[in-house]
Design a protein around this ligand. Structure first.
Ligand code: AMP
Ligand code: MG
Length: 316
């Protein structure tokens, strides 16, 4: 059951409580409806990927109430301060260095050292952020591969039964996604959107690079150093060889060194994945052997990530 909540004080309070319990709530922004989950909770963020049926763990945009809250999750330089002051709240997302003390789930950033952050202008989104009091990971509230929703009915049509609630704030004004500006290097237009590139160039006094590598942060090989443990990784291993580190999954792997989910729950496995890959790498004396993971639902995204971890990588 997915509740349709009115954007009243009571409705917003209910939405904030659900979010603090790790449940998912869709909410309106000025661009499209976002599918919100606590960006600090591994389980909540894993549920976002599950609800959307996303086949890979691409990084999500973190939504916050204001510039102060954004500074708590990302490191702002002078350029970032300038565009944020000019265009926030509004349809602009900044990709900036991640502030480790933010303690975001690594699933939000795809374990990257950067984070995408935005301050939406929509009054209902603003009210929800203030009631919830923390950062929300929020991709568009549609099943993967479908059109972005600009009304609560669209969200219901795609995700009813898969998420806890939708806050109904009417139709979205902009209807296209936020512009994504990369500022971890020279300023780069990572995605065109609600704020024109020319307005950003005027504000920065500088031309934007088109695309750039960060526009495809999940391209194979490109992020090898972030995805790949230094130990060799072997996938689909039911019975690991002696001396291997066993990263297990499910009840059949009760003697594994670490088990992504002893009960075989894919949401739990996704929530643990990045933490356990790092821990396995720090503890492994030989190869890391990973149990087979069913290739359905969230298992597809988990297997996609594991294949990247296991792929041969170029020499440094
Ligand atoms: P959305 O599906 O609207 O949430 O879009 C998120 C997009 O933001 C991704 O496809 C990435 O292109 C971009 N993005 C999010 N986080 C990062 C990041 N840490 N580094 C680079 N790009 C990012
Ligand atoms: Mg989308």
């Amino acid at each position: 059951m997915t509740d349709l909540l009115n954007p009243t004080e009571t409705g917003i309070a209910t939405a904030a409580r659900l979010l603090s319990e790790g449940a998912l709530v869709a909410f309106p922004t000025e661009t499209v409806y976002g599918l919100g989950g606590d960006a600090r909770s591994d389980i909540a963020v894993a549920r976002i990927f599950e609800a959307k049926g996303r086949p890979r763990f691409n990084p999500l945009i973190v939504h916050v109430a204001d510039l102060d809250a954004a500074r708590a999750v990302a490191v702002f330089d002078e350029r970032a301060e300038r565009v944020a002051t000019a265009f926030w709240p509004g349809p602009l997302t900044l990709v900036l260095p991640l502030r480790p003390s933010a303690r975001l789930s690594p699933l939000v950033t795809a374990d990257l050292p950067s984070v995408a952050v935005r301050v939406p202008a929509h009054p209902v989104a603003q009210a929800l952020f203030r009631a919830f009091g923390g950062p929300l990971a929020a991709p568009s509230a549609n099943p993967s591969g479908k059109v972005s929703p600009t009304r609560a009915e669209h969200v219901m049509a795609g995700l009813a039964g898969r998420i806890a609630a939708v806050v109904d704030g009417g139709a979205c004004a902009v209807g296209v996604e936020s512009t994504i500006l990369g500022l971890t290097d020279g300023p780069a237009l990572l995605r065109p959107g609600g704020i024109p590139a020319e307005a950003l160039e005027d504000c920065l006094g500088q031309r934007l690079e088109a695309g750039g590598d960060a526009a495809r942060p999940n391209a194979p090989g490109q992020l090898a150093s972030h995805y790949a443990p230094s130990a060799p990784v072997r996938l689909g291993v039911a019975t690991p060889e002696p001396g291997a580190f066993w990263l297990g999954f499910g009840p059949g792997a009760s003697s594994a060194d670490l088990n992504l989910s002893p009960s075989g729950d894919l949401v739990e496995a996704a929530a643990n994945l990045f933490h356990y890959l790092r821990e396995a790498d720090s503890r492994a004396a030989g190869p890391i052997c990973v149990s087979p993971i069913p290739d359905k639902g969230l298992g597809r995204a988990i297997n996609d990530r594991l294949r990247r971890a296991a792929a041969p990588r170029p020499p440094d």
